[in-house]
Write a protein that binds this ligand. Sequence first.
Ligand code: CO8
Length: 258
Amino acid sequence: MTDYETIVTETRGRVGWITLNRPDALNALNAQVMHDLVDAAEAFDADAGIGAIVVTGSERAFAAGADIKEMEALSGSEMLLADHFGKWSRFAAVRTPTIAAVAGYALGGGCELAMMCDIILAADSARFGQPEINLGVIPGLGGTQRLVRAIGSFKAAELVLTGRQLTAEEADRAGLVSRVVPAAELREEAQRTAETIASKPLPALYAATAALDVALESTLAEGLRFERQAFAGLFDTADQKEGMAAFREKRAPEFGHR
Ligand code: CO8
């Protein structure tokens, strides 16, 4: 297992865990976190032994945003030329299903990182928000775009314009999270959900995450065309033959044939 400066990685069965580990900065996302996390996620993604990835933080904070102290002195042209946070899009592009297991603060870039994942499991202690307006900026890692798609323009606008935080319960009602669980059960519940996903056939998982992404990025007609092609493509996989034969023979399927 690779040693990273700002994260801890671990494999539990077919599940890859990435734990943000900057406790002194409430897991603020600096350039090193970006490099470490993207590297770890891509390594898990390239490993067919991994069927789901969990990203989590501490009890106190999933991540309290991009690292303000690192960004503060940068000029606009430095931001643009260095594409300071450009690599984050590679995390969003990971094909393996990703679960954000969020306890405590998920603010700014932290909320945006959670929204890059396929599923958000929230502890009842979770707080979501886009407080960038209080710093004289706006969300820069997808907050204005993914939040509108996740919870609608009016709820998103209130968060982005006021900086107000949502409780886990409010986030659940708004559709920002998949499910809320007691804080003490977050890791266990994330592992259980990830194991369920990781037990499914990998080609179908990859097709599903791609189709769900297309739904956010395209028109309905384009999305339906993509889905139809992806659906047809899965009929060339051994796992589809196994899944349907198992149904007919009234037995549990044994996936992993690809
Ligand atoms: N960056 C750097 N350090 C941070 C951050 C952060 N985002 N958040 C917390 N810390 C540090 C604090 O400075 C403090 O360090 P120190 O002890 O050395 O002073 C330590 O973490 C603990 O924090 P607090 O003492 O403030 O803890 P509290 O419990 O009192 O407060 C809060 C917790 C409410 C979470 C508070 O820390 C806070 O408001 N943090 C900032 C939240 C924020 O504004 N986030 C948005 C950041 S901007 C952003 O995410 C933009 C992303 C897009 C960039 C894209 C570029 C292309």
